[in-house]
Design a binder for this molecule. Structure first.
Ligand code: PHE
Length: 329
């Protein structure tokens, strides 16, 4: 054993260790040969010799295992030292991006409502008349259709003018309770400082039994939401009209530019309109054969939010892909 110990000590790689293992424990190894000799012994002597051999075997195996562990570890350290990489080294010089300001704003809006347990729903950009207008209590020749300058295709197909058709599609396909938002792009024939023919909205809809949904719930969640987006602003609900909600309201925040003092941006009123909302009109439920339910809905323009958050006065700069502008976000 003493001799074996000395040899073990000197070994400094796994290959030599393996040779030693075979020499001692292998099929034709030293131990195997000793075990053959067992047959020459009898009785008590045989027993003692066998015991000695087994003890020797166990001890050697333990030593072998320990040595193997030390050697593997040393080998790994050596390898890591060789392969070290410099994480501070530049690889590509691609400019870093935090995303487009519209998408940043959209993400923040979505984050709020997802935390409030709203699901995210999607719908087609090319809509039919029923989903964009008819089901929302906007029949043909209804004067309120003029509120939304529509791009039409043939066969009464159109580019959706708002995200409200996703309300209709969700109600067609879901069971109660419904608690959804629909973020997405919408289209209107409009182009000036504050309008672009393509812009983004986030729609919200909650439908449940009559005792569970009312205007107070709507007011509470929108106030919470607007404080989340704009910080410490005052909020007011102003009575308004949408064909698909009754009663309807528009929501204003105190002007973020002049803090309500009155300035050019808020037309010296001290208030900025930021979203439309209301209790879902019973006619909408009738159109979709929903009975004994109540709902609230709201819709907002993402560009408008982004303009107010970043104090931008020309909406079109979001879409001009001028990196000098976009890189500021
Ligand atoms: N769809 C309306 C618009 O585009 C906004 C809205 C949505 C108002 C839901 C009330 C309820 O102007």
């Amino acid at each position: 054993m003493q001799e074996v110990l000395q040899r073990l000590e000197k070994i400094d790689n796994l290959e030599d260790l393996e040779s030693l293992r075979i020499e001692i424990l292998g099929k034709k190894g030293i131990l195997a040969q000793q075990f053959i000799k067992l047959k020459d012994f009898q009785g008590e002597a045989k027993k003692i010799f066998a015991q000695e051999l087994n003890t020797y075997k166990e001890e050697f195996e333990t030593l072998l295992m320990e040595k193997k562990a030390t050697l593997s570890q040393a080998q790994m350290h050596a390898k890591l030292a060789q392969e070290s990489l410099d994480a501070s080294l530049f690889t590509t010089l691609r400019p870093k991006s935090e995303g487009h300001p519209i998408m940043q704003t959209m993400d923040r809006i979505i984050e709020f409502f997802v935390n409030m347990d709203f699901s995210i729903q999607d719908g087609p950009l090319i809509e039919d008349d029923f989903h964009n207008f008819e089901a929302l209590n906007l029949p043909a020749y209804h004067p309120a259709r003029d509120m939304q300058d529509t791009f039409y295709f043939k066969d009464s197909m159109l580019l959706r003018t708002h995200t409200s058709p996703v309300q209709v599609r969700t109600m067609e396909n879901s069971s109660l309770p419904i608690r959804m938002i629909a973020p997405g792009s919408v289209f209107r024939r409009d182009y000036d400082l504050t309008h672009s023919p393509m812009f983004h909205q986030v729609e919200g809809l909650v439908v449940d039994s009559k005792d569970k949904v009312n205007f107070a719930n709507l007011k509470y969640i929108l106030e919470d939401f607007l404080h989340y987006m704009f910080g410490d602003v005052r909020i007011r609900f102003r009575s308004s009209f949408f064909p698909f909600t009754e009663p309807s309201a528009e929501v204003d925040i105190s002007c973020v530019f002049c803090k309500g003092e009155g300035c050019r941006v808020c037309s010296h009123t001290g208030w900025l309109e930021v979203l439309g909302c209301g209790i879902v009109n019973q006619k909408v439920f009738d159109n979709l054969s929903y009975e004994d339910v109540s709902g609230y809905a709201f819709g907002l323009g993402v560009e408008r939010f982004a303009m107010l958050i970043h104090r931008i006065n020309d909406l079109r700069s979001f879409f001009e892909t001028d990196l000098r502008v976009l890189e500021q976000f």
